[in-house]
Design a protein around this ligand. Structure first.
Ligand code: SF4
Ligand code: SF4
Ligand code: SF4
Ligand code: FES
Length: 347
C-alpha cells in the first residue's frame, strides 16, 4: 500500500502500523508503552500523530496504516497532545527521580526531557503502594507503575506464563498475580523479561543494580545450557551492568531464563576460580597450569591402574566450547577407556 508520512510518500506491506510507516520514512515517533517484542496496546498515547484532512489524532503504535493515508508527526496539536499525555502520567507519579533505581534508564524521564516537561503541572493523584523486595531477582515499586501493560503482555505473549494481569481500573491499574498472591508464591519463573521491558522504575532488576549505564553492548551466547540463547551484555568498565535478549534471528528471540538473565554475576565474582588449586598439607594452594595438569594426569593414571577405567567419570561444562567438549569425551574414551561421560547442559 502507498501512504504519506510528513509529506514523504512510501510503500508499506499489509498489516504495518503508522509507527512502522514513520520509521520506514526515516522519522522518529516517541513511544512509551510500545515494545517490538509484544502487541501494541496503545495505552500511553504518547505516540499520537495527526491524520491530514480529518485532523484525527491516532496512536501510531497500534493504528494500522491504510492505503492513501497521510499523517503528520509534529504539528502543534500533536506535540500538545503528547505533552498532555505525559502530564497525566506525571500527575499519578512520584517525583523521586533523584533516588529512583531506574536512574538514567528511565524512559519516562527521557521523554519528559525530549518534550520539554520540567515538572508536574496537574495536581498529584498518587496511588501509593509499598515497595516489595522479596526475592533475589527483581523488586516491585508499583507506586511508580504507569499502567503501560508491557509486563503483562511480555509474560503472556513472549514467556507464555501469563503470570500478570492488570488489576484495577484506569490510572489505578497495576500488574498483579492470580488472586493477587505474592510474586514469590505465583507461577513466576523469574525470567526477568517483564522487568527488562518496564520503562520506569516500577520493576527493578536487582543483580546488576547500581553498576551504572552501559558504555557498550556485546552480543554473546549464554554459557549455561544447550539451548544456546543469544545474550546482549551491557558492559561498563569491563563489568556486566545488565543482560538483554532480542538478538535478531536468535533461537530465543526476546526470552531468557533466570540463569541467562540474572546468573552472570560469577563473571567478576571475587570467589571465582581464576587459577588452578591443588590441595596440599597446608590447604588449597595456587599452582600454575603445568603443575596442575601433571598432577591430574598422574592421579588419573594411578586410579585407572588401581581401580580400572570405569572408576573414573568425566563431567563436562556448557561454559566450554563444542570443540573443548568433544576433546574431553575423546580423552575419556580414547585415553582413559571409559564411556562415563556427561555434560551439565543435559541436566
Ligand atoms: S520512574 Fe523515572 S520518572 Fe519515575 S521517579 Fe523513577 S526516574 Fe523519575
Ligand atoms: S519474571 Fe518472567 S515469568 Fe515472572 S512475571 Fe515476569 S515475565 Fe512473567
Ligand atoms: S510495572 Fe512497569 S511494565 Fe508493568 S505496567 Fe507498570 S510500568 Fe508498565
Ligand atoms: S507508545 Fe503508542 S500508545 Fe503508548
Amino acid at each position: 500500500m502507498k501512504l504519506r508520512v510528513n509529506g514523504v510518500e512510501l510503500e508499506l506491506g499489509e498489516g504495518g502500523s503508522l509507527l512502522e510507516a514513520a520509521e520506514r520514512a526515516g522519522f522518529k515517533v516517541p513511544t512509551l508503552c510500545h515494545h517490538p517484542a509484544v502487541t501494541a496496546r496503545g495505552s500511553c498515547r504518547v505516540c499520537v500523530v495527526e491524520e491530514e484532512g480529518s485532523g484525527v489524532l491516532l496512536t501510531a503504535c497500534n493504528t494500522p496504516a491504510r492505503e492513501g493515508m497521510s499523517v503528520l508527526l509534529d504539528t502543534e496539536r500533536v506535540l500538545e497532545a503528547r505533552r498532555k499525555a505525559l502530564q497525566l502520567i506525571f500527575s499519578a507519579h512520584p517525583a523521586h527521580c533523584e533516588v529512583c533505581e531506574a536512574a538514567n534508564a528511565c524512559r519516562l524521564k527521557e521523554l519528559a526531557a525530549e518534550l520539554g516537561i520540567s515538572g508536574r503541572e496537574l495536581p498529584l493523584e498518587q496511588d501509593f503502594r509499598p515497595v516489595v523486595d522479596a526475592n533475589p531477582f527483581y523488586a516491585r515499586d508499583l507506586s511508580k507503575c504507569i499502567s503501560c501493560g508491557l509486563c503483562v503482555c511480555a509474560c503472556q505473549e513472549v514467556q507464555g506464563v501469563g503470570n500478570y494481569e492488570m488489576l484495577g481500573r484506569g490510572g489505578y491499574a497495576r500488574p498483579g498475580t492470580a488472586l493477587d498472591t505474592d510474586l514469590e508464591a505465583s507461577a513466576c519463573e523469574f525470567c526477568g523479561l517483564c522487568a527488562s521491558l518496564c520503562p520506569v522504575g516500577a520493576l527493578i532488576p536487582k543483580p546488576y543494580l547500581h553498576r551504572g549505564v552501559e558504555e557498550k553492548k556485546v552480543v554473546t551466547v549464554c554459557p549455561y545450557c544447550g539451548v544456546g540463547c543469544s545474550l546482549i551484555l551491557k558492559v561498563r568498565e569491563n563489568r556486566i551492568v545488565g543482560v538483554e535478549a532480542g538478538v535478531e534471528n536468535s533461537v530465543n528471540g526476546w526470552s531468557l531464563c533466570v540463569k541467562g538473565r540474572y546468573g552472570l554475576d560469577f563473571v567478576d565474582h571475587p570467589d571465582r576460580l581464576r587459577k588452578p588449586l591443588i590441595r596440599k598439607e597446608e590447604g588449597l594452594v595456587e599452582v600454575d597450569w603445568d603443575e596442575a595438569l601433571d598432577f591430574v594426569a598422574s592421579r588419573l593414571k594411578e586410579i585407572r591402574e588401581t581401580h580400572g577405567p570405569d572408576s573414573i567419570a568425566f563431567l563436562s561444562s556448557a561454559k566450554a566450547t563444542n570443540e573443548e567438549n568433544y576433546l574431553l569425551q575423546k580423552l575419556a574414551r580414547a585415553a582413559v577407556g571409559t564411556n562415563n561421560v556427561d555434560h551439565c547442559a543435559r541436566l
